[in-house]
Ligand binder design. Structure first.
Ligand code: NAD
Length: 445
């Protein structure tokens, strides 16, 4: 779906009018293009600890132009703020203000990424205050950035070096165009699991991935993105969507499996399909989902039960079947679709929000049940331009898509990129979490 206003506001006569009237001025986001540079310009790395220098060396290894001090007027592609060693809120001043001086020189589509430690990992009040302080400052900064620039953070559990594989993997994702619609968010690296991706441009080379609800919308974008990154894709959808499903599978040289995921043996059938054709299953993306909106006062059993059945009960049952199987094993990845409705709540969506909040609860609890090296996470999209959101009445849609820091809706591909990252080998130290892909929704949490 096209965003007519975004095109208009970037064209000559209207651009000036919009600026004078203080109207939203969304810009085309810097998205991943194979072969394009990872970052559009030098990376300023600020931080005094030993970790900061080690990280600078790591970035130099990616052929990036890394600078440790900002020269006035030097245009920057990104600012990385390494704050892993802060022990007191007063210690934030020097590095934060050094980064602040450089902000005006951040290019459109630029990135700010903080690296710090989780406050929950310390019992020292001053250290916890400093650590939570980083989260507050980053979230506010993300609201301030313009020109499609984003700000995100990586929290590194105490005891882990800041150069551990999943920190480096998360940093690469957040710096790149793959994270275009991720803004104001934190990813926590919980352990040292994770191995470097075999190929940075095709990180899923040789993996076998199943995507449910792959016939259209976000699911089709996920299938395309996983395929682009090197995976063999098994595309699943209901028989009624068979033709569109076959189209997606054929386009990607993958296979189609017509299946209603609420069937009691859905997981078994996916496993059998993967075993017969590939002998393995590495990545599961639980994308299929439905809405049946009604105010709770008018809710009926059919609407409530069908949303719970498709959006969460089916995932719980399939995960049990996957975890009991030796086809899905060490190094496996499960990524589920949640929604910001499940975080902030949404009028008319009690059933949907219960199911999507349920997904977040499920992934947090399932993390402890996963085999060695395997992870389970969720992605929570905000307003994404799909057939589902195209059906929202014009005025409501126009408001909903502007109510985030990037002042526009995301694209299905933005959700797909986050899923592809969580499915990668390098993300092995990230589990049990929900990553929002919402442009930093202004509504709710
Ligand atoms: P969509 O309606 O365009 O596509 C969903 C697909 O799932 C369809 O192809 C459908 O046939 C399939 N499906 C539904 N029930 C199924 C079942 N029982 N078995 C197998 N397949 C089934 O939706 P979308 O907008 O692409 O959303 C995809 C996911 O992202 C959903 O989980 C949705 O809740 C979530 N999400 C979407 C948005 C958004 O803005 N579009 C925002 C937040 C979350």
């Amino acid at each position: 779906m096209t965003d007519t206003y975004l095109n208009l506001v970037n064209a000559a006569p209207f651009a000036g009018v919009a600026k004078r009237l203080g109207l939203p001025r969304p810009v085309e986001l810097r998205r991943y293009r194979p072969g394009a540079p990872l970052v559009d310009g030098p990376v300023l790395l600020v931080g005094t600890g030993a970790g900061a220098q080690e990280l600078a060396d790591e970035l130099l290894g990616w052929d990036l132009d890394v600078v440790r001090h900002h020269r006035p007027k030097q245009r920057l592609g990104a600012i990385v703020l390494v704050l892993d060693d802060v022990t007191d809120p007063t210690a934030l001043s020097a590095p934060v203000l050094a980064a602040a001086e450089a902000l005006r020189d951040l290019r459109p589509g630029g990135r700010v990424v903080t690296l710090s430690r989780p406050a929950a990992d310390t019992t020292d009040p001053a250290m916890a205050a400093a650590r939570r302080g980083v989260e507050g400052l980053l979230r506010s900064l993300a609201h301030e950035l313009r020109g499609g620039a984003t700000g995100n953070g990586i929290l590194v559990r105490d005891g882990l070096p800041v150069t551990v594989t999943s920190v480096v993997g998360a940093l690469r994702f957040l710096l790149s165009g793959r994270s275009a619609f991720v803004d104001g968010q934190f990813l926590t690296v919980v352990d040292g699991q994770g191995t470097p991706d075999p190929d940075a441009d095709r990180p899923l080379t040789g993996k076998v991935a199943v995507v449910t609800g792959a016939a259209r919308g976000i699911g089709a974008a996920i299938a395309r993105t996983l395929h682009r990154d090197g995976a063999h894709v098994i595309a699943v959808d209901v028989p009624a969507a068979g033709e569109a499903l076959a189209g997606v599978a054929n386009e990607l040289g993958g296979t189609a499996l017509q299946l209603d995921i609420t069937a009691p043996d859905a997981g078994e059938r996916i496993l059998a399909h993967a075993r017969d054709r590939h002998g393995r299953l590495d990545v599961v993306v639980h994308n299929a989902g439905i809405t049946r909106d009604k105010l709770l006062a008018n809710m009926d059993a059919a609407r409530w039960d069908s949303v719970i059945a498709v959006n969460i009960a089916a995932q719980l049952r399939m995960n049990e079947q996957f975890l009991a199987s030796d086809v899905f094993g060490a190094g496996g990845r499960i990524v589920s679709l949640a929604s910001t409705s499940g975080i902030a709540g949404n009028r008319g969506q009690t059933n949907y929000a219960a199911s999507k909040a349920g997904v977040m609860g499920m992934v947090a609890a399932t993390a402890g049940l996963m085999p060695a090296g395997a992870t389970v996470n969720a992605v929570a999209p905000g307003f994404i331009e799909t057939e589902m959101t195209a059906r929202i009445p014009f005025a409501t849609r126009e408001v909903a898509r502007r109510l985030n820091s990037l002042q526009q809706g995301g694209r299905p591909t933005d959700v797909a990129e986050a899923i592809a990252f969580l499915a990668s080998d390098a993300a092995g130290g990230i589990t049990g979490q929900t990553l929002r892909v919402c442009g930093q929704n202004l509504v709710g949490a």
